[in-house]
Design a protein around this ligand. Structure first.
Ligand SMILES: Nc1ncnc2c1ncn2[C@@H]1O[C@H](COP(=O)(O)OP(=O)(O)O)[C@@H](O)[C@H]1O
Ligand SMILES: Nc1ccn([C@@H]2O[C@H](COP(=O)(O)O)[C@@H](O)[C@H]2O)c(=O)n1
Length: 557
């Protein structure tokens, strides 16, 4: 695969800092590439996807729309996607730098067109020590060309040793090749969480000190998860989580030669120690525990990483499986013809189409409106839709005394826990209006861009207010066409434990099919807009539409 270096470009209007009134509107793009990651390993470590439960009332899509579920039923929460390097790869990255390539742009969808998380494809790689498991895993990753792959090594789950065992390990007398050396409980829990797309903190193992380091490595779900280790197929529960089992079968003498070189140069061992450990424990355990696991393999790869043919076969199979999992979100959404003629969902809150609203639309839809007027009239419309959004909040009774000493029976918004999140970059144009009407509101940002090759939305960046799960979220995008970007942003919020019913997606203009798609996937999300247009063209623009709102507003092409 051609190496894919991250080509992250902040959007034109980003990187602002605190505004005068102290409202946080900053866009800190360093968040995308956290400190401590080698450049070529930048992989969106920022992303956290805990599972989140949802319920459903609205299901207008008829069965012919390709949906498997019955109208009343609701899908299970399952998994998600991303790309990470393993602990092992991370700790050895200095040694391997010249071989390491890949790495990612944005995160492609980790859910299907119904908003449901999609299971990642999990590959297990088993084989003797120094057989080439890690090398095979890295070659698969390179050839796959999939952006989000997690590589998890069984080494991370070596048990913490007591004093006696520790002394034995330094005399090369502790058996690290016996199943009892591994903490299968944490391993299983970790794999399960990764399959569900949740965040895990994986221990980092140090082969020199025979112990876990105090820091951990944070990993997330992915399109593909590769799990490798000498006893990767030993535990039945682990085996059941593997979609494809690969056994790397390399001759014992080659394994010994590689191990000698590696353990002396990288793991702080001496010749005598390696040979003693190998003959007394590594080789016997291989014969007794590891070699018999070959029966579970779907594919046996002789010679390890040199075996290009085997690696390409594996890669082909994974590609086919990923395709079957179907993550062509935008295409599917754009073809959501089954919604035609369906009543608009109850979750849609359309502003009354007054002459004033139509008048504002007339200005901003007119292709000849100059930019300054476009901005002026857009701002007016934005202010109206934001005020309307606030009117949908719950209000409590409140009595105040007027300056004349008379009581006034009024109302007060039930919660002040409201925050804004803009979908960059068009959604950013709506931030000011939210800040103007909600005092001290905090604003988060999510950057989603379209991959020009796949046409799919990709998540590049996000920075969300702290404790967002406790907030009502006004999610802003100027226009919604297929709903693909809005759905990705909603998915991000749900993955951060925001309640579906606490999300309001707010736009100036939405395509009818986008409204249906969002409502079908996320029936409890409120959808607020000033107008609905009937069509989407082949470029995914709304028709009649406004054109590219961001370009017209920011004066870009
Ligand atoms: N085909 C190969 N030719 C030469 N050295 C190799 C080859 N494959 C792996 N190695 C080296 O052998 C050692 C063990 O390989 P690795 O892939 O880490 O095996 P495992 O993960 O099974 O322990 C590493 O130092 C690696 O660089
Ligand atoms: N403290 C330790 C822990 C493990 N080992 C050996 O590592 C081998 C597994 O790692 P691979 O990368 O070779 O799969 C295993 O055979 C253990 O003997 C060790 O030496 N010290």
């Amino acid at each position: 695969m051609a190496a894919k270096i991250n080509i992250f470009e902040p959007p034109p209007s980003s990187a602002s800092s605190e505004s005068d009134d102290g409202v946080e509107t900053q866009t800190d793009f360093s968040e995308v590439f956290p400190d401590g990651e080698a450049d070529e390993e930048r992989s969106g470590d920022f992303y956290n996807t805990p599972a989140s439960p949802i319920t459903v009332p609205y299901c207008p899509r008829p069965p012919s729309a390709g949906s498997q579920k019955s109208p009343k039923c609701r899908r299970q929460r399952t998994t998600s996607l991303n790309r990470q390097s393993s602990n092992k790869a991370a700790t050895e990255s200095v040694l391997r730098t010249t071989h390491r390539t890949i790495y990612t742009a944005g995160r492609p969808p980790w859910y299907n067109s119904e908003g449901q998380k999609v299971e990642p494809f999990v590959i297990g790689i088993c084989g003797g020590s120094a057989s080439g498991k890690t090398t095979v895993a890295e070659k698969i990753i390179e050839s796959l060309g999939v952006s989000w792959v997690t590589l998890l090594s069984m080494d991370s789950f070596y048990k913490v040793l007591n004093q006696k065992q520790h002394e034995e390990s330094h005399r090369n007398e502790y058996n690290f090749d016996h199943p009892d050396a591994f903490d299968f409980e944490i391993l299983i829990e970790t794999l399960k969480k990764l399959k569900e797309g949740r965040k895990v903190d994986v221990p980092i193992y140090n082969f020199v000190t025979h112990s876990r380091e105090s820091r951990t490595k944070t990993m997330y779900g992915a399109n593909v998860i590769i799990f490798e280790g000498i006893l990767a197929f030993y535990n039945k529960e682990v085996r059941n989580m593997l979609d494809m089992k690969v056994f790397v079968d390399t001759d014992a003498d080659i394994r010994l030669a590689r191990r000698l070189r590696r353990d002396i140069s990288q793991r702080g061992r001496d010749l005598e120690g390696v040979l003693k450990q190998y003959t007394s424990m590594v080789q016997p355990s291989f014969n007794h525990y590891i070699a018999p696991l070959m029966v579970h393999a779907d594919i046996i790869v002789p010679r390890g990483g040199e075996n290009e043919v085997a690696i390409q076969l594996i890669v082909q199979h994974v590609h086919t499986q990923l395709q079957l999992r179907g993550l062509k979100i935008r295409e599917e959404l754009a073809q959501a013809h089954a919604f035609r003629g369906q009543p608009l969902p109850d979750s849609l809150k359309l502003l009354p189409t007054t002459p004033q609203i139509r008048g504002l639309h007339t200005f901003i839809r007119n292709k000849d409106t100059p930019r300054d007027e476009f901005i002026f009239y857009s701002k007016r419309l934005i202010r109206l839709v934001i005020e309307y959004t606030l009117s949908l909040m719950k209000f409590n009774e409140m009595t105040v005394e007027t300056p004349q000493g008379v009581l006034y029976e009024g109302k007060r918004m039930a919660t002040d826990k409201i925050c804004g999140v803009s979908i960059l970059r068009a959604g950013e144009t709506m931030e000011q209006a939210v800040c103007d009407v909600c005092k001290d509101i905090r604003i988060g940002k999510i950057l989603i861009q379209t991959n020009l090759q796949t046409g799919e939305p990709e998540l590049y960046y996000m920075r969300l207010p702290k404790d967002i799960k406790d907030f009502k979220v006004i999610l802003m995008d100027a226009t919604v066409a297929t709903g693909a970007a809005a759905m990705m942003a909603i998915r991000v919020l749900l993955d951060h434990d925001v309640q579906e019913s606490n999300i309001l997606i707010v736009s100036l203009l939405m395509a009818e099919s986008g409204v249906h798609s969002i409502a079908y996937a996320f029936p409890n999300v409120q959808i607020v807009t000033t107008a609905i247009d009937p069509e989407i063209n082949e470029k995914f623009y709304v028709l009649p539409g406004i054109g590219n709102f961001g370009d017209r507003y920011f004066g870009t092409e």
